[in-house]
Design a protein around this ligand. Sequence first.
Ligand code: NAD
Length: 278
Amino acid sequence: MTDALSPPAFAMPRLLAGQKALVTGANSGIGAAVALALAQAGADVAINYVAGDDAAQAVVDRITATGVRAKAYKADVSDEAQVTAMFAQVVADFGTVDILVANAGLQRDAAFASMTLAQWNTVLGINLTGQFLCARAAVQEFQRRGIVPAISRAAGKIICMSSVHEVIPWGGHVNYAASKGGVKLMMESMAQELAPQHIRINSIAPGAIRTPINTAAWETPEAYDKLMTLVPYGRIGEPEDIGNAAVWLASDMADYIVGTTLFVDGGMTLYPGFSTNG
Ligand code: NAD
């Protein structure tokens, strides 16, 4: 579907020059757009992915063409040993990590009564445990390196990719909503614990963004129109909407933003069903 209301192109301010970023799940959808936006803002970017070598290389090539460094790292974020090895390699290649965007995630939908333990464990393992493992490795690197004033006022920044479903219950997707609800309090608790060390941790909570994870919700005109009843702003979100938010949140322009969830959702969390008296 073509969307005439897509955001206009503009020159990205180079707010992240000299910084090193790691984006998980960066060979598709939101992660790819975040990686590209961070690069356009001047960061070198490590592209994590778990499957799809060609797609990962395509993101690397697109980023390299902007004049910064990029490299792909294949690792399952739910596997402790693979996450540890990935961070060690990224630090060896880039020198350090200043920004982690813990974005990798998936859905395994099922009616609650027939949801299998495997469906539950896969979603919690990647969406929640995966963010824990990557955030822990990033914090260890931030603590090792400390603040480098010429680079950033913070010792490091983490952005957890949450969802409007950290607050909106979602029948048929109990595992996914539980994972994002978990991300909310994990992020807030990490932020509270680590703020005294000038490590800034926040979340972005996307609404409906046009990516492969939710194709059924936007690919036909009927589905798109139904989706729009949930979005007061009247258009689907584009991955670039999340990339733009991530640049700002990771930059020193957001230096006093600690433990906050930034909803990027066109108003989806504003109870649109009540817009005409409910
Ligand atoms: P997507 O399917 O396009 O991308 C998901 C990415 O995660 C892919 O690159 C995939 O390879 C990666 N991934 C999956 N399992 C992994 C693993 N074990 N290890 C490493 N990487 C893994 O979907 P998307 O919409 O871009 O989703 C990105 C994030 O945004 C997810 O956390 C999702 O929950 C969140 N989100 C998306 C929307 C939306 O409307 N698209 C809304 C709210 C939140």
